[in-house]
Design a protein around this ligand. Structure first.
Ligand code: NAD
Length: 417
């Protein structure tokens, strides 16, 4: 579904630019697809266990390829391809000098020990070390991979290439991760909402917001919107439960609750609601910040928000997207809305390359500048071409990648993009 949807959205953007078919094919095709077998011995000395590791390197025209590494039994080439493709457009929308990649290992981390996971990760690095690196492809955390996994990758890669913190981002702070990385995606989401409100001549003060997912992205977006921008988070839902409060939930207390209980369910600061009801909650803004394909033809007609800000990757199916357009609901697409994470990953890489650490104030300041500029650039394309926000974001990204590609060689017939 994700691959199909990401291609559909790409073609809408390409259409807006009147991009010829052959260029579309070139831009959609991954540069390199890597699949490696990873064999490890179990801790109990029993049977050897094997897994597959994938890395889809989609596009490297604008810089080293960048994207997460996911550990999940469902990881396969198709899924990695869809997400790698989105990374190319995401890095281009925020105009950071990276291309796009994505990958993972089909391991369920709950079925292996930390020691086994360390060895699986190192096997992956040994088999991919020639095709990753600070100027080639820079992995980052994704589902089920955290700062420690990034630390192991850095350690293993450094055995071959010398001390190389810039080979991965999302590292522990003690190993030259960046200040402000944890909150970055949520902060980017909050900045998009602030910019959208500016267009309406208001601030997020008293704005009512519903959030699906209160993990890393949802919780930071909620906390920043409430505590720095005075918005009201009126409903939150996750995989196990939901909670609502018309006067606004206390997001700090809710985040503490989730840390302890792993869910928002039974949070005492509001009324229990059905977890899926959050998507159609009576709020001015909806932030899907959980998983993909949650806004579909089945529920799009019932969404009450006037603005949807896609913190998750791929939360809206193309059918739902068409319904939102018809209904005049503005959707700030994932490739813009959640690009704060990759932007601060870029800052981490910059700091590692320069061997100079920024403080959190500088990270926030630079992130704000990049997000606001990207937001304005998307709106400019949108107004120029009279298209929806997602199509404008794709058109902007495709234009940047297409122009960069054509500038790297002499072409007898360059296409005006
Ligand atoms: P997370 O694991 O910290 O949190 C995920 C949240 O989603 C949890 O609250 C969980 O309960 C909820 N959830 C899971 N399954 C659900 C379901 N079926 N229905 C409702 N809720 C469900 O993950 P995260 O890092 O916050 O990422 C959330 C989304 O944002 C993902 O789509 C991810 O790809 C995207 N994203 C994350 C980052 C980042 O920096 N973490 C960057 C860009 C995009």
């Amino acid at each position: 579904m994700m691959l199909e949807a990401s291609h559909r959205y790409f073609h809408q953007g390409a259409e807006a630019l009147e991009l010829p078919q052959h260029l579309r094919e070139i831009l959609l095709t991954p540069f390199r697809v890597v699949k490696v077998e990873l064999v490890i011995e179990r801790d109990d000395g029993g049977m050897l266990q094997h897994y597959y590791g994938y890395r889809v390197q989609h596009n490297r025209v604008r810089g080293p390829m960048k994207g997460g590494l996911r550990y999940h039994p469902s990881v396969d080439e198709d899924h990695a391809s869809a997400l790698a493709n989105l990374m190319t457009w995401k890095t281009a929308v925020v105009n950071v000098p990276f291309g796009g990649a994505k990958g993972g290992i089909n391991v369920d981390p709950s079925q292996v020990t930390r020691g086994e996971l360390d060895r699986i990760t190192r096997a992956f690095v040994q088999h991919t070390k020639d095709v990753i690196g600070p100027t080639v492809d820079i992995p980052a955390p994704d589902m089920n991979t955290d700062a420690s996994v990034m630390g192991w990758i850095m350690d293993e890669y450094s055995k071959y290439e010398g001390f190389s913190p810039a080979v991965v981002t999302g590292k522990p702070l003690d190993l030259f991760g960046s200040a402000g990385r944890e909150e970055a995606t949520g902060r980017g989401v909050a900045i998009c909402i602030q910019e959208a409100m500016k267009e309406q001549g208001r601030t997020p003060e008293d704005l009512t917001i519903a959030i699906q997912g209160f993990g890393n992205v949802g919780s930071f977006a909620g906390k920043i919107l409430q505590h720095e921008m005075a918005a009201k988070i009126v409903a939150v839902g996750d995989h196990a439960g939901g909670v609502a409060n018309p006067s606004g939930l206390d997001t700090n207390a809710l985040a503490e609750w989730v840390k302890e209980h792993r869910t928002v369910k039974d949070f005492p600061g509001g009324d229990a609601i059905d977890p899926t009801a959050v998507l159609t909650w009576d709020a001015e803004v909806l932030i899907p910040a959980a998983i993909e394909d949650v806004l579909t033809a089945d529920n799009a007609g019932d969404v009450k928000a006037k603005l949807i800000v896609e913190a998750a990757n791929g939360p809206t199916t193309p059918e739902a997207d068409a319904i939102f357009q018809e209904r005049g609901i503005d959707v700030i697409p994932d490739i813009l809305a959640n690009a704060g994470g990759v932007t601060v990953s870029y800052f981490e890489w910059v700091q590692n390359i320069q061997q100079f650490n920024w403080d959190v104030e500088r990270v926030r300041d630079e992130l704000g500048k990049i997000m606001c500029k990207a937001y304005a650039s998307v709106r400019e394309v949108q107004q120029d071409k009279k298209i929806d926000t997602r199509t404008a974001a794709f058109a902007l990204a495709i234009r940047r990648v297409g122009r960069a590609a054509q500038s790297r060689v002499h072409l007898r017939q360059p296409v005006d993009i």
